[in-house]
Design a protein around this ligand. Structure first.
Ligand code: UDP
Length: 240
């Protein structure tokens, strides 16, 4: 049975593991289930509660999973059972590996040209069927061309790294033209995968302190993380 928890107006799905998420919601034995995967974290929940446009984007996604301790903790408390934390970068990496067997065509969009090319090469070396890639630095005028490129490639899985909410806005435009495709917003995943940006060291990860590591290595995130404090306050006062 799949449990859902409503946090601040957004229904998040509780999966027992990343593997089960992929098997139940993305890859069947011989096909890809179309849809849009979005990682839900406290920052996005607060942004959605401040901006109806963000709220509608998140509600339109078909697969909302708890990325980060802030969301999985609240779900756990409400459900009274363990809820797996699904870091978007780990979900993406496992999905890429699982796509090898069926040779599912994959398109990578986003990050710098150098990073996305390195990502593509690293995946191809693992036999992932990457049929196209493109950097994420294009203008609004160029967007239609980028969408054409993706549609014409015949990709069945498209991962999009443009940062939020731009990547989600892009995905909902693109899926209109590619309704049989699975799209996933992946933020800074390619940067981490190619070691151009370091993921939090093991110590921070096991203690669920990735947010602290990011804050220490990029103090400019303090403003964004103000939302995290608001989220905790809203949770403690039952406002979400
Ligand atoms: N990015 C892009 N085009 C842009 C702005 C950002 O491709 O116009 C990429 C950027 O290179 C990075 C990713 O989007 O690889 C988003 O990174 P960030 O850490 O901001 O994402 P988050 O996960 O925090 O939303």
């Amino acid at each position: 049975m799949i449990n859902k928890v409503n946090i601040g107006g957004i229904e998040v799905i509780a999966y027992p593991s990343i593997d089960e998420l992929i098997s139940s919601s993305i890859l069947t034995t011989n096909n890809v289930l179309p849809g849009v995967g979005v990682a839900i974290n406290p920052e996005k929940i607060m942004a959605a509660n401040n901006d109806p446009k963000v709220m509608s984007i998140l509600q339109k996604a078909t697969l909302r999973y708890p990325d980060g301790i802030g969301v999985s903790y609240v779900m756990q408390k409400r459900l009274g059972t363990k809820v797996a934390r699904i870091p978007g970068c780990e979900l993406w990496e496992q999905l890429m590996l699982r796509s090898v067997e069926q040779q599912i065509p994959v398109f990578l969009l986003g990050a710098t040209k150098n990073t996305v090319t390195q990502t593509s090469n690293k995946l191809k070396a693992l036999d992932v069927n990457v049929i196209g890639c493109r950097d994420g630095y294009f203008t609004d005028e160029q967007q239609a061309t980028v969408i054409n490129e993706i549609v014409n490639s015949g990709a069945k899985i498209v991962s999009v790294a443009l940062g939020s909410p731009r990547q989600e806005l892009f995905i909902f435009e693109c899926i209109k033209r590619a309704p049989h495709t699975f799209f996933m917003g992946v933020g800074g995943t390619y940067d981490v995968y190619t070691n151009n940006v370091k993921r939090a060291p093991y110590f921070f990860r096991v203690l669920n302190l990735e947010w602290l590591f990011r804050l220490l290595s990029q103090p400019s995130r303090l403003f964004r993380q103000g939302n995290l404090l608001k989220y905790i306050y809203y949770y403690l006062t039952n406002k979400i």
